[in-house]
Write a protein that binds this ligand. Structure first.
Ligand code: SF4
Length: 492
């Protein structure tokens, strides 16, 4: 039987309600039910499980919220004036009410308050753009969304820093280019991307690169008259490409797109077991300005557990090799909440990272969204915890600041361990513009490769998307269709 039940008699705000309830009860089975009329269906509730939540709506005049536990009287009932003209005000009030009720029910507060979206910084940036000063934005976010003081302050700090970093960039007249390479040396236990093990797919990589080049050549003319500001080659693991394949891809990209206005060119090397001197030489030759070497953890036991199939020493060697080859902007990604890792293990990782001294660091909170293998793994290894907490994220922030890295972008994902966030920290001048532009939805992104998503951002902020198929074989076979879809997106 489902543990958490939500009853609604209107569709408005269904997702907001669902997401907020889930934030209080991550990992619990939750269902949304429809009901007729204004009053909660007593009968329907009786046979239900441990917890019952009801959000009912009355006749268009008022919104009525009620939460109850089976066998107990309702904890909280209140009316919200329903104003069809001010949807945002109604949504905010409704979420506040639901939050208060759930807080009373569970005895817990959420650091992100009622916010369930993935871009809290975009909200803060919007208020700043509208002319609100920083202190007012912070106060507004605490009063309206119940953000903790720490999170409201972080959001405003990042929004201000982003504004400073983007100063001088004509976002509206520019765009970014994303290229996806879906292959990896092995598949990590927690992976929620569509990545393919290289060993099994190596005979298809050449065809994939050829197809990708076709898409790149067809995409460039769609952006004529606009400036290309950033390029990001991600994945997967782009450095699974052999030097000649990488060379072919970069040659094609340089021939197709004008690079004279480029501010940043990132290649996510990612897995250290894919990084070799010859590959780095190709990247250097093509003026790649930013590289990621991603350890995720510096604990060997965890690396083994999660199927990374490389050693801590390989991470260190790869990092120093990238430095030796002259790259002066190296990012490292870490994940908090990996199996068996608590404060001590993450602290060990942070100490090891400090010895390396990267130019930027991205601290992820493990998202267990679709990681079926990870769930299976956690069932088999019940002795291991999947812990992430504010304490761990705060510790990471302190380490980053001590290393001279300041927070510059932040986003949240669904089903994150501890309902927390991902934060990028960077030395001054080393922040990734692509990350800021993409997360702030500040300009269009042309994306090429399987599973990539192109986004057309219109001057009024509206966004239209076009997705490529995730399956590599389908991508190769249906490339003409992908190109046609993209043409339609940009020629609307
Ligand atoms: S390196 Fe990243 S994309 Fe590749 S399998 Fe691991 S988590 Fe997935």
């Amino acid at each position: 039987m489902c543990e958490i039940q939500i009853w609604l008699n209107r569709q408005d705000f269904e997702y907001d309600i669902y997401a907020l309830v889930r934030s209080f009860y991550p990992g619990r089975q939750t269902e949304v039910h429809r009901m007729e009329g204004d009053t909660p269906p007593e009968q329907s509730m009786r046979p239900l499980g441990e917890q019952v939540f009801v959000v009912a709506w009355s006749g268009g005049q008022k919104i009525y919220v009620e939460c109850r536990m089976e066998g107990q009287t309702p904890v909280h009932i209140e009316d919200v004036p329903d104003s069809p003209d001010d949807r945002i005000a109604v949504k905010n009030r409704l979420k506040q009410l639901l939050y208060q009720t759930l807080q009373a029910f569970t005895g817990r507060a959420l650091v992100w308050g009622t916010l369930t979206g993935i871009r809290p910084v975009k909200l803060a940036a919007g208020f700043l753009e509208d002319g609100m000063d920083a202190a007012k934005v912070q106060a507004y976010m605490e009063e309206t969304y119940y953000l903790s003081r720490q999170k409201s302050s972080l959001c405003v700090e990042i929004a201000l820093r982003e504004r400073e970093i983007l100063d001088g960039l004509d976002c509206r007249n520019g765009y970014s280019l994303y290229i996806g390479i879906p292959f990896c040396p092995s598949i990590c236990m927690y992976c929620s991307f569509s990545s393919y093990p290289l060993e099994k797919w190596k005979n298809r990589v050449d065809t994939y690169v050829e197809t990708l080049c076709r898409e790149i050549r067809a995409s460039a003319p769609l952006m004529q008259g606009k400036e290309l500001h950033t390029v990001y080659i991600g994945g997967g693991t782009p450095t699974t490409l052999e030097p000649d394949q990488m060379e072919k891809l970069l040659d094609c990209l340089e021939e197709a797109f004008p690079l004279e206005n480029l501010w940043e060119f990132t290649v996510e090397a990612g897995r250290p077991d894919s990084i070799r001197r010859e590959k780095l030489a190709v990247l250097k030759k093509h003026s790649i300005s930013r590289i990621s070497v991603n350890p995720q953890t510096m604990n060997q036991k965890t690396l083994d557990f999660i199927g990374r199939r490389h050693t801590v020493e390989e991470i260190q060697n790869a990092y120093w090799l990238v430095r030796e080859m002259g790259f002066d902007n190296i990012n490292m990604d870490l994940i908090a909440g990996l199996p068996g890792e608590g404060v001590q293990e993450v602290e060990h990782t942070l100490n090891e990272i400090r010895k390396l001294g990267p130019d930027s660091l991205t601290m992820h909170s493990l998202a267990v969204k679709r990681a079926a293998r990870l769930r299976l793994f956690s069932e088999e290894h019940k002795e291991l915890t999947f812990e992430n907490s504010s304490k761990i994220m705060d510790m990471a922030e302190n380490y980053a600041r001590e290393m001279g890295l300041l927070p510059y972008y932040l986003y949240r994902q669904k089903n994150m361990a501890g309902n927390l966030e991902n934060v990028g920290y960077a030395k001054p001048g080393k922040a990734s513009l692509y990350n800021i532009l993409m997360m702030g939805e500040k300009q269009s992104i042309v994306a090429c490769g399987s599973g990539s998503i192109s986004k057309q951002v219109y001057p009024d902020g509206q966004i239209e998307r076009c997705e490529n198929v995730k399956d590599v074989t389908q991508y190769i076979d249906r490339i003409d269709e992908m190109i046609e879809r993209k043409k339609q997106l940009w020629n609307r």
